[in-house]
Design a protein around this ligand. Structure first.
Ligand code: ADA
Length: 560
């Protein structure tokens, strides 16, 4: 299942989930030997022969096409690089495990066909975002994959921007239509949302893409909010004469996010963010998390009183974002990067790989009402002039694509960062009483004074990471580091003291669950070769701190 809702009534879609032929490759030129069956979506590390495999592998699937058509091969995520072949023809490649991509194949004959995917999860000079890190780069076709039959003119994308003015909800709908055949087409496009219909006749030249935009005012709208996350189907249909060529359904919400002074507001009301950092990682599934575990994660976070989740440190699976839309859980989504020093940021591919990731993240996730902020470059070199140039370039790219959401980044370059004034919300990663011993409130006040000194106006501050490690089941009355008791003490003090500071508009605990890390460079700093700062372990078993957070976040005293 790629999405939580049906995206087509007309377009035929085949889910290619299941068992694929699979084999390890020592080299891209190898003649493949298909020695295994491998689950798609899935990580090969969940197969006994590939627990620690970092390398090349090949997947193969044959399928039968019922009638000659154009097809879209839709990949929701291949980790971390996929080279795609269709009937031996090389279609192209995609880098980065965390963003969707698709290939169009025109005029395929009916009959049996073959898809092959060569997957690479190695670290190399070419890969600047997937590097040995404090999370694991798994291998495989890790998210959903579908085959979609498209006519010569089809709907590539729908985008929806809600707004509220003159006491009415408004919506700007854009439909991106593609004509892939060699002659001009005249079609009729109809768009429908919340019982409002618009119809447009469109002439679209051969092999071109056209964007049509309609602005609509609405009455009787139920806004999307955390308590009542109302969603609406946005439908577009293309007809040629009486023949329906294609359709596309998106799910959207009427909500407005704004920064007002030092407050974050949802539909005009101030919100205090109580969130978790959540890596996509679970025991027995790696990063290819099934929906029932996604649901469990959201229900555990909400049970503890959270109202937000941060997709540290990369765009998440759309199925998870659909669930957040439906549960009313706010999302900080960010591009893929973690802790990259300036030397890594200056590698030749870095800027283009970031740019692609941002483009694909926003194009594909734009309509999720739950996403309230776009983030970039977690703890990268924001204190270096060259780093600051790249931060500014990426913020400019985001603002050129979406002016409806604020931007931020999680900064750990305390008292020396050059980029805070580029943000709408300042976010700070701090590990008071874990990595550094401080008087929590005093140190935070000093830090916020510095923030206000280096920014042109006071703005909301989010503490985007704080917490400490605890090994599940390790209890000791000495409350030493790595005991569950010590994790409780750190969280109790930080949540209580941070919540007393007016300018702090939100907290993201590091982190929701324990996750696997990369052995190179990290194993000796990470017991079990895991990042153990989770409030639940990798099996979602709650540690003592689960109850501390639940008590504090369900108690009105910390709710501002
Ligand atoms: C950093 C980083 C996280 C994680 C954390 C930790 O803040 O952003 O990804 O590595 O430190 O556990 O130390």
């Amino acid at each position: 299942m790629n999405r939580l809702f049906k995206q087509h009534d007309i377009r035929q879609v085949e889910d290619l989930e299941g068992l694929w032929e699979f084999g390890k490759l020592d080299d891209i030129e190898d003649i493949p030997k298909y020695t295994h069956k491998m689950k798609v979506p899935g990580c090969w590390e969940e197969s006994p022969d590939f627990y620690n495999y970092r390398g090349l592998a090949i997947y193969k699937k044959t399928f039968t096409l019922k009638e000659a058509k154009g097809i879209l091969l839709n990949f929701k995520g291949v980790s971390h690089t996929g080279k795609i072949y269709f009937d031996e023809e090389y279609l192209g490649e995609h880098y980065n495990a965390y963003t969707p991509f698709c290939f169009l194949k025109k005029n395929i004959t009916a009959g049996e066909h073959e898809i092959k995917v060569i997957v690479d999860n190695r670290f190399s000079e070419e890969s600047t975002l997937h590097v040995p890190n404090d999370y694991y780069t798994y291998g495989g076709i890790t998210r959903g994959i579908s085959l979609e039959y498209v006519d010569e003119v089809y709907i590539r994308q729908l985008q929806f921007i809600p707004s509220f003015k003159d006491n009415r909800w408004h919506g700007e709908v854009s439909a991106i239509i593609h004509n892939y055949c060699n002659d001009t087409k005249k079609v009729h496009v109809s768009i429908e949302i919340a019982d409002v219909r618009k119809a447009i006749d469109l002439q679209i030249e051969a092999n071109t893409t056209k964007i049509i935009t309609e602005r609509v005012a609405f009455d009787h709208i139920q806004p999307w909010s955390m308590k009542t996350p109302h969603l609406y189907d946005l439908k577009a249909v293309i007809k040629k004469g009486d023949r329906i060529l294609d359709d596309l359904i998106e799910r959207v919400g009427f909500r407005v996010i704004e920064v007002d002074g030092m407050d974050i507001k949802l539909n005009g009301e101030k919100v205090f963010i109580k969130g978790f950092n959540r890596h996509e990682d679970a025991a027995n599934f790696g990063c290819s998390i099934p929906m029932n575990i996604m649901v469990k994660d959201i229900e555990l976070m909400k049970d503890m009183g959270a109202n937000a989740v941060r997709t540290c440190h990369y765009p998440n699976d759309e199925l998870f974002l659909d669930l957040c839309d439906e549960y009313g859980l706010l999302v900080w989504e960010e591009n893929h990067a973690r802790g990259l020093r300036i030397e890594k940021m200056l590698r030749p591919n870095f800027e283009s790989q970031c740019e692609e990731c941002i483009e694909e993240m926003i194009c594909n996730h734009y309509n999720h009402p739950s996403i309230f902020v776009w983030g970039i470059l977690n703890e990268c070199a924001s204190h270096e002039p060259e780093g600051a140039r790249m931060y500014q370039k990426q913020f400019n790219q985001i603002k050129s694509m979406d002016q409806s959401r604020p931007v931020t980044f999680a900064c750990d370059k305390h008292f020396k960062c050059l980029c805070l004034d580029m943000t709408d919300i300042v976010s700070l990663n701090v590990y008071y009483n874990w990595y550094h011993g401080y008087d929590v409130k005093e140190q935070m006040i000093t830090e916020i004074d510095w923030v206000n000194d280096v920014t042109s106006h006071n703005r909301p501050v989010i503490i985007s990471e704080f917490g400490g490690g605890a090994l599940y089941g390790y209890r000791n009355p000495n409350r030493a580091k790595w005991t569950e008791e010590r994790q409780c003490d750190i969280l109790e003090e930080c949540i209580t003291k941070f919540s007393e500071i007016e300018q702090i508009s939100g907290l993201f605990i590091w982190q929701f669950c324990d996750v696997r890390v990369t052995e190179e460079e990290w194993a000796l700093r990470r017991p079990r070769t895991m990042n153990n700062k989770g409030i639940v372990d990798e099996y979602r078993r709650p540690k003592l701190a689960y109850h501390t957070v639940k008590r504090l976040w369900n108690n009105e005293t910390v709710d501002k």
